[in-house]
Design a protein around this ligand. Structure first.
Ligand code: ZN
Length: 230
């Protein structure tokens, strides 16, 4: 499919989707237009294979989003800081979810020893720092794919620490019990694994239910999250 064709297809697909949603529930879009009150702030990778609302089985209006290459959380990044502040202070989300994923190109690049070029090497510097801090552990992992997954996990761990040190997050944790989660999406299975990070930790046997308006996500012990459509 050519580039033009892909865009034309996307537009016609949108028209079909909007028609279907409207047919299913004529009140859906008018209600959506009145405002948003998402319970979840999702911080994830820009990778096309990890579209947060889709993989969570949720719907428009359920998830406030920030995505960048390799889901890097830098304290001086005004873009992510603005998203976090708006989501936490104004939208009063109940959960902040930082999600890494398997087969992350950013993690692979940070594990490589050659320059990517342009601005990308600068962007990936925090990930390289994480790599260097865990160089010995990473070197012990022979399989390149598994090494990438481990770096993605360590990157989520580092990002959760930055989020937990963000003052609006700190205040919301104290004042209203905001939960911060660190998770990893496995592209090969479609499943999200809870890494037991942040102040949410690994959840108990009954699981923790994160509800959207049209679906819910259940974090269960053993680190597997399951989705139920309401
Ligand atoms: Zn990625």
């Amino acid at each position: 499919m050519g580039a033009e064709d892909a865009f034309s297809y996307a537009l016609s697909s949108n028209a079909a989707w909007a028609g279907y949603k409207n047919h299913q529930n004529p009140a859906f879009f008018p209600k959506l237009a009145t405002g948003q009150s998402p319970s979840i702030l999702w911080i994830g990778c820009s990778d096309s294979r990890v579209p947060e609302t889709t993989v969570l089985g949720l719907q428009p209006g359920d998830v406030f989003v920030h995505r960048n290459i390799a889901n890097i959380v830098s304290p001086t990044d005004i873009n992510i800081s603005a998203v976090v502040e708006y989501a936490v202070v104004y939208l009063k989300v109940k959960h902040v979810v930082l999600c890494g994923h398997t087969s992350c190109g950013g993690a692979a690049a940070a594990l490589g020893d050659s320059r990517v070029g342009g601005v990308l090497d600068t962007w990936l510097t925090p990930l390289k720092t994480v790599r260097h801090a865990h160089e010995a552990d990473l070197k012990n992992i022979e399989d390149a794919g598994k090494r990438g997954v481990r770096l993605a996990e360590l990157n989520v761990e580092a990002g959760v620490k930055v989020l937990m040190s963000n003052y609006v997050v700190e205040e919301a944790i104290k004042e209203r019990g905001l939960k911060v989660h660190g998770v990893l999406f496995d592209i090969a299975t479609g499943k999200i694994r809870d890494l037991g990070l942040g102040n949410a930790g690994m959840v108990g046997e009954d699981g923790e239910i994160v509800k959207g308006h049209h679906g819910m996500l259940v974090f269960k012990e053993g680190g597997v999250a399951a989705m139920t459509v309401q």
